[in-house]
Write a protein that binds this ligand. Structure first.
Ligand code: AMP
Length: 451
């Protein structure tokens, strides 16, 4: 079976800057939260492409010497966050290939829903694959297209794939950026201080390298970057936006503008809405760091209950979610979060987190806070119950492992041993993101899939 490997990742592209690979490297640093498993950059000096990629964090994969070998004025980069067990270096991106028009490299954030069909078809016709990544399909589709120009071949290839993608392609002389017609995954366009261009999954990358946000790449749009020209825009599909609401709930960094809105303010709105829907008498509002922080601030503002850092986070332990076995996940939660014993002893706490997936984190946190002497622990979740898996690039487990798909809210409350538990409603979530139409994908909370 084809595995879904191009999960929530980050992509970046730099065009028209002497230090392109260094700017890509800095951008990847600010996008590290979107994937910690592997990182890579390809650059072009106009004649040849250079690629370095490996397992590990951006800071582990690159150093000064390596960046110096990534020559040229254009570069694309990727950080990868995949499902458990896929640890081959082959699955790191960019995916690089030589073909009849020369060389190309591709980075991809998202998940192609027809990847298996496309791959089976290609294999039937003799194609050979090195990885499980659906991104490799694109390489073959481009190489096999009968069009003469790369631009036309990319359009050809894009028309054959379905699902979620924010893609950046690099050839020796050009860069291309594309977003699927639904715009599931974010992708923004910015201008570098020297007049060059940048595309990145989140605008926090622009802030770091001093780039100016121009606009989002539109759903269904393909942008072409060529030397001494403004980016050219091609409409490949009519846009039918279904932006991933989970980017606001959990995934994006709070200092980013995603889908045209501040992630931080949106999360604060969620906290405010939560306080209105699910008030409780308590002594302090405590966030589960870092994900729950903005919503906890919103809850505190709305309820008037003081905000306190009742849980400390150890920043040198990676995300707990990525460990494959339950035992490892339990251990990692303990390593990562510890209670502020003196602060919370004898107190009634409202604990705010962004989501409950399997229930491991919440259960462990409630127990930890109670053991530390908290009198009451009221869990408040700033999104609706996560009941359905994501096929568009967010790494949610199968339905049988999603606690809210298998238990009622009361049962979950009992399981996590909280004094009370409440979630945000779907309506309140949509209000929080200022949704005025049906342009958000809420499938992980509603099971309403589009593709
Ligand atoms: P769990 O322990 O399985 O219930 O996971 C819930 C915790 O994981 C919450 O603290 C969330 O902030 C975090 N989380 C939710 N979704 C994801 C995801 N797709 N990847 C990584 N972490 C997540």
């Amino acid at each position: 079976m084809l595995e879904n490997i191009n999960e929530k990742c980050a992509v970046v592209g730099i065009f028209g800057h002497k230090e392109a690979s260094k700017l890509a490297y800095f951008s990847l640093h600010s996008l590290q939260h979107r994937g910690q498993e592997a990182a890579g950059i390809s650059s072009s000096d106009g004649k040849k492409l250079y690629t370095i990629k490996d397992r590990g964090l951006v800071s582990q994969v690159f150093n000064q010497d390596k960046l110096t070998t990534l020559q040229g004025e254009s570069a694309i980069g990727h950080t990868r966050y995949s499902t458990a067990g896929d640890d081959s270096i082959l699955d790191a991106q960019p995916v690089f290939a030589r073909y009849d028009l020369g060389e190309m490299a591709i980075v991809h954030n998202g998940n192609l829903t027809n990847a298996k069909e496309v791959r089976d078809e290609l294999i039937k016709k003799g194609a050979i694959f090195q990885t499980f990544m659906d991104t490799e399909n694109l390489i073959h589709l481009i190489a096999k297209s009968d069009k003469d120009k790369l631009l036309d071949r990319i359009i050809d290839a894009i028309k054959k794939i379905e699902g979620a993608y924010s893609l950046v392609f690099l050839s020796r002389t050009k860069m291309f950026a594309a977003r699927d017609r639904f715009g599931f995954r974010p992708l923004s366009l910015g201008r570098l201080q020297n007049g060059g261009y940048v595309v990145a999954s989140e605008t926090c990358a622009f802030d770091l390298i001093g780039a100016e946000f121009i606009r989002e790449v539109k759903p269904g749009e393909l942008l072409v970057f060529e030397k001494n020209k403004a980016p050219q825009s091609f409409k490949i599909f009519d846009a039918t936006p279904k932006k991933c609401i989970f980017e606001y709930v959990y995934f994006a960094r709070p200092d980013s503008i995603v889908f045209g809105q501040s992630v931080y303010e949106t999360r604060k709105n969620m906290g405010r809405e939560l306080a209105k829907i699910a008030p409780v008498e308590a002594d302090m509002v405590v966030p589960v760091p870092d994900g729950g922080v903005p919503a906890a601030i919103g809850y505190s503002h709305e309820s008037g209950i003081p905000y306190e850092m009742g849980i400390m986070r150890n920043h040198y332990v990676g995300r707990t979610f990525i460990e494959p076995t339950q035992e490892m996940r339990d251990l990692k939660v303990k390593m990562k979060l510890s209670p502020m014993v003196e602060l919370i002893k004898g107190k009634r706490l409202v604990v705010v987190d962004d989501s409950i997936v399997r229930g491991t984190t919440s259960r462990r946190i409630v127990r930890m806070l109670k053991e530390a002497g908290a009198k009451e622990v009221h869990m408040r979740i700033s999104s609706p119950p996560t009941t359905d898996p994501c096929f568009y690039g967010v790494d949610t487990p199968d339905k049988e492992k999603l606690i809210a798909a298998n238990m009622s809210i009361n049962e979950i409350c009992e399981y996590i041993e909280a004094d009370s538990l409440a979630y945000l409603s779907e309506e309140a979530l949509l209000r929080s993101v200022n949704a005025t139409d049906e342009s958000y994908c809420t499938a992980c909370f509603t099971g309403k899939y589009i593709v």
